[in-house]
Design a protein around this ligand. Structure first.
Ligand code: CTP
Ligand code: MG
Ligand code: K
Length: 166
């Protein structure tokens, strides 16, 4: 049951974590400010990170299908699901950055709760029409995701991929 939940959400995790490697280049907001004079999303959200994360998340879903086809039923469903989980995670991450900038938090500033649950909740919402998981598994993911998020960030920091361990 626990492993099923992690199996389900894996494309969202990959979409949220891989932009630290793929990212760089033009920011999604192209450096533009919102009406409050602060950046719309900031330099931490780039087009390369977005599409790299979307590609990585969808690809892992295709790999997951071939490893465990019976979990999805069809390749088409696996692609749809992983694409929506990845897209939801990336959109949720953007919403989080938008909120952080409105609260005057600089790029990279930790927003406890938003950073760990924002992308997860939007991923679950985006994937809802295609495939759902039992409430118990959702609760498990809400509990475990902050721990995994923290561990992944410490790992990326130790690897020299990011400047802060959060
Ligand atoms: N990243 C990216 N494009 C994205 C998301 C992330 O290029 N769409 C890269 C950026 O280099 C970013 C890093 O991944 O700095 C870590 O992502 P995240 O922690 O989400 O961004 P922060 O730098 O913390 O920015 P913010 O304060 O806006 O959350
Ligand atoms: Mg961050
Ligand atoms: K984030």
């Amino acid at each position: 049951m626990i492993l099923d939940a992690l199996w389900y959400i894996l494309p969202a995790y990959l979409a949220n974590s891989s932009p630290v490697i793929f990212g760089g280049g033009a920011p999604i907001d192209f450096g533009r400010n919102f009406v409050d004079g602060r950046r719309i999303f900031g330099d931490g959200k780039t087009w390369r990170g977005f599409f790299g994360g979307l590609t990585a998340g969808t690809l892992i879903g295709i790999i997951q299908y071939f490893l465990r086809p019976y979990y999805y039923g069809s390749l088409k469903l696996a692609i749809k699901l992983s694409f929506l989980l990845a897209l939801g995670a990336l959109v949720g991450d953007l919403i989080g950055s938008f909120i952080k900038r409105r609260l005057n938090m600089p790029r990279g500033y930790p927003a406890v709760g938003l950073d760990q649950w924002g992308f997860l909740i939007t991923a679950l919402i985006f994937a809802y029409p295609v495939k759902t998981i039992p409430t118990g598994q959702v609760l498990f993911l809400l509990a475990i995701t902050p721990v995994i998020h923290w561990a992944a960030n410490v790992f990326a920091y130790k690897m020299g991929w990011k400047d802060v361990p959060w």
